[in-house]
Design a protein around this ligand. Structure first.
Ligand code: DP6
Length: 330
């Protein structure tokens, strides 16, 4: 009745930005991401312990909406395993990187939770079921159940059963690809992704164009990944990040996640490209740019980030699937 899983976060090359169903977490458009190693989150789940559910995240007892999101996933597992009376659960999760630093620690956390909860409940390993389940905690989590490059298909059904991620290429497909995460600010972001994207859906005049464009970019991203065309993928990554941010800059109230150092680094990458260094940025709902490059240029990418005032840089490679571990957190 106990299982522990390690999952990696993922970074979207084509972003998910906006829900068509807030309750079921169903997106307006498909998205595509790279799973990032060595960053990871470990989560242990046990059923049938204590008298009430207990949720501990990074050493703290989770409360409010954080706790509710975890319970939603645990409740869905209890409903699926209805033959077996699972009882109250204990869940402990630990990340090896800071939450709210612009990196999707919640994606790794909910992917690890979904896979661990299903295993602890005795349900069979099933990446599709785990992806659907993790989506209930956080949309982007459905792309962290598997490694390599995963596509979250938006789906059409109102019940969301066709809205989950599939692996397009595994982590061995393009081992030289690198994502260099540059931390220019560790401040908690003022507007969380969930609220930022809702604001864009409801008020940005650019939103319908964003949806149409992103859906088409996913198809192109797949082709560029298949051909391992770094330049085409890099250019698409930048374009898609700019377009996501443009929808929110045009929202009411406008939302700007970029900081001066973010822009400084973006401009410096442009200069590097003029010198023939293959570096392109992408940017989630925060100020920390991530630099797409290859193994031969990751140190140049790191140097560019440090020269623009990054306080820390994490060099990432394509990561693997969420995995069951033998050692538990409690
Ligand atoms: C900008 O998955 O964190 O990182 O579904 O509301 O939990 P919720 O949002 P979340 O949003 C991620 C937004 C993004 C882009 C992406 O990862 O695709």
């Amino acid at each position: 009745m106990k299982a522990t899983v390690r999952a990696h976060p993922n970074l979207a090359l084509v972003k998910y930005w906006g829900k068509r169903d807030d309750a079921l977490i169903l997106p307006h458009q498909s998205s595509l991401s790279m799973t990032l190693s060595p960053l990871s989150v470990r989560t242990t789940v046990a059923f049938g312990v204590g008298s009430a559910d207990e949720v501990e995240l990074n050493g703290y007892v989770a409360k409010g909406s954080e706790r509710d999101r975890v319970l939603r996933v645990l409740d869905a597992v209890r409903a699926e395993a209805k033959g077996t009376k699972l009882g109250p659960a204990r869940m402990v999760s630990r990340g090896d990187f800071p939450a709210s630093a612009g990196l999707a620690s919640s994606a790794a956390g909910f992917a690890a939770l979904a896979v661990a909860a299903r295993a602890a409940a005795g349900l069979p390993a099933d990446p599709r079921a785990a992806s659907l389940l993790s989506r209930l905690g956080s949309g982007s989590a459905c792309r962290s159940v598997q490694g390599g490059f995963c596509e979250w298909m938006r789906g059409e059904r109102p019940d969301g059963m066709d809205s989950y991620a599939v692996q397009r290429f595994d982590e061995k497909h393009w081992p030289e690809l690198r994502m260099v995460v540059a931390i220019v600010s560790r401040d908690e972001k003022e507007v969380k992704s969930r609220d930022g994207m809702k604001n864009a859906v409801e008020t940005s005049p650019y939103y319908p164009a964003w949806v149409k464009d992103a859906e088409a970019e996913v198809v192109r991203a797949r082709e560029f990944l298949a051909k391992k065309d770094l330049q085409a993928l890099g250019e698409m990554c930048e374009r898609n990040a700019w377009r996501m941010h443009a929808t929110s800059l045009a929202a009411d109230p406008p939302l700007c996640y970029l900081m001066p150092k973010t822009l400084e680094l973006i401009h410096s990458l442009r200069e590097q490209r003029k010198k023939g260094v293959p570096v392109w940025f992408t940017l989630d709902a925060g100020p920390n740019p991530c630099i797409l490059t290859d193994a031969a240029h990751e140190l140049a990418a790191e140097a560019a980030a440090m020269a623009c005032g990054a306080t820390e840089v994490v060099r990432c490679v394509p990561g693997g699937d969420a995995q069951l571990l033998g050692e538990h957190l409690f």
